[in-house]
Design a protein around this ligand. Structure first.
Ligand SMILES: [Zn+2]
Length: 228
């Protein structure tokens, strides 16, 4: 459909799989999972992944009897389940214990430059960068390392950057019992820099400003603290 200024407006279901991948569109805040997710054990999943990854390698005409390659399917399977996609399984979610804000610190708290590694769900190649997370206590606080852990948990999924940003913000709002949460993510996508349009210098910035952060003055204050 053409709008007044001649831009095409589309709904995602009208687009081809190619367009969806190249434009990195996504359909929901929730990571799309099948209904019967987590009925298989981790070791069953690793077996299935190793088998299919060896099939991919064979399709590429790689010699799986070579000493360097023969362990690769099992290594990839283990890495997927135990490391880079471990955040798909809710059993790996960090526990978020709250503490009373004894010092009555009621200014914003910023945890900045949290390094993370994720993977694009459209191409399965890395997205990596920095996350900055801020909140204003409603009377409860959480351990600083938890802010880092919650970023890592959601990063360890096939992702799109917008969803990663929103999932972190929504989770922190629920855990901290406040709307006053901000998340900024500044990341590079290898599917953009090493393939496709091959732009090495571009980066993608996404934000989720909620509650008291929906205010230009607060956003300025936050950006100053991050850029300091
Ligand atoms: Zn991609």
């Amino acid at each position: 459909m053409k709008s007044e200024n001649n831009f095409e407006t589309n709904t995602i279901s009208n687009l081809s799989v190619e367009d969806i991948g190249n434009d990195h569109l996504f359909t929901s805040l929730e990571t799309p999972m099948v209904k019967d997710a987590f009925t298989k054990s981790d070791s069953e999943k690793k077996e299935i992944i190793a088998f299919h990854f060896s099939e991919i390698m064979k399709a590429l005409d790689l010699d799986l009897t070579d000493d360097s390659l023969k362990g690769t399917p099992e290594r990839v399977a283990k890495m997927y389940i135990d490391e880079i996609f471990s955040g798909l399984n809710p059993k790996n979610k960090p526990k978020m214990a709250l503490f009373d804000n004894k010092y009555q610190y009621n200014q914003m708290l910023v945890e900045k430059n949290i390094t993370f590694y994720s993977n694009c769900e459209h191409h399965f190649v890395p997205i990596f960068g920095k996350a900055h997370v801020a909140y204003i206590s409603s009377g409860k606080v959480i351990g600083l390392s938890k802010l880092n852990r919650i970023v890592q948990y959601y990063a360890k999924r096939p992702q799109v950057q917008e969803r990663l940003t929103m999932q972190i913000a929504e989770d922190l709002k629920a855990a901290l019992e406040t709307e006053d949460v901000a998340v900024i993510i500044d990341a590079k996508h290898l599917c953009v820099s090493s393939r496709g349009v091959q732009d090495e210098s571009s980066a993608t910035v996404t934000t989720s400003f909620n509650g008291a952060f929906n205010n230009p003055q607060k956003i300025n204050e936050l950006l100053q603290l991050i850029n300091n």
